[in-house]
Design a protein around this ligand. Sequence first.
Ligand SMILES: Nc1nc2c(ncn2[C@@H]2O[C@H](COP(=O)(O)OP(=O)(O)OP(=O)(O)O)[C@@H](O)[C@H]2O)c(=O)[nH]1
Ligand SMILES: [Mg+2]
Length: 375
Amino acid sequence: MTYDTYRPDWVPQEGGSQFSCRVMTGVDGVKDGAAPTGTGKTPSRKKLTLDDYERGILAGDRMILSRGITLIESNASRHFDPAQELVQRILPNTGNAVRVGITGIPGVGKSTFIETLGCSLCERGHKVAVLAVDPSSSVSGGSILGDKTRMEKLTRETRAFIRPSPSSGTLGGVTRKSRETLLLCEAAGYDVILVETVGVGQSETTVRSMVDFFMVLVLTGAGDDLQGIKKGIIELADAIVVNKADGDNLRKALVTRADYEQILHYLRPATEGWTTGAYACSALTGDGIDDLWKLVTKFEKAMKESGFFQERRARQALQWMDTMVEEYIHHKISQDPSIAKKRDSIREMVIRGDSPPTVAAKAIIDALETTIFRR
Ligand SMILES: Nc1nc2c(ncn2[C@@H]2O[C@H](COP(=O)(O)OP(=O)(O)OP(=O)(O)O)[C@@H](O)[C@H]2O)c(=O)[nH]1
Ligand SMILES: [Mg+2]
């Protein structure tokens, strides 16, 4: 056997020759002189068939679930049909979870809340999937990425599955992917789905349209107590939750809660037959979290009894379908260079006031009909 002898970078003063390293020279080929096998490249992952995906997901295999979601999130056109077929196949096994949306301004404590609630639910035997709808992710690369560290305990929980926001595409694209991801998680046996979204822009309306119960987290103590919260968001909520009701902030949080309660009297509730209330909790200490879960359970029971639960889901499915059709048409318009060009010049005319919007819309529809729908 041959060795090369090296002197390490650091040796004790007076260090003798025993502080040398002896490194065995490498050999070409493999053990016992046998011929090398393979190409030397890292082996690629086994390609899964649709049957593999279906079976794996229904058996609750997390690795296959992750890969199924990756298939759905893919922007490659060759993945579109198999992804749709997969959703179609698992569809009969969906719909059994309670879907809860959680929104609020950045820093309000959504991730901490989900971590605390999620762990508590897992302890009680639930299987919890956490998803994110993040309109900024296409720009920033996904703000929930850092959340895996904020959900440290939940990440380690075997009964929980955390999926960061799909990181590319328009909000519409992100939404489709999130909805389908939700279905896959349900098929894999997750009975609670928590969807986090930042309370800015359009994303909360989108999340409202895919969940049963919608929670808006708010803060206190920033001078004007109702800072930054748009009336529109409150009108979507089934519960307003003042978070960080702990320590020195507790008293103020309770005052804020009462203020919201007042405001809610004047607003139309988001869900027919349900009174939206204001609550206080601490995601950090866990105070009030279990009570909020009881509230969700109470909501689910009452809405199922009244039939509103199923009715809303049916409406959401129809809305989803309509959105898909609209998106397809918009996609077609922007994909077809002649229509896109025509649309741009028509838009200019509308901006300049040279064409009324109704006439302009008709011109675009005519262009669509002659080029795309002529078959
Ligand atoms: N005192 C106190 N601090 C909290 C509470 N909940 C969250 N925090 C802290 O608030 C900060 C932001 O919490 P996150 O859970 O990351 O907030 P987020 O709403 O998910 O933020 P984004 O994902 O950036 O939108 C963290 O430093 C948390 O430790 C709470 O109930 N009490
Ligand atoms: Mg977060």
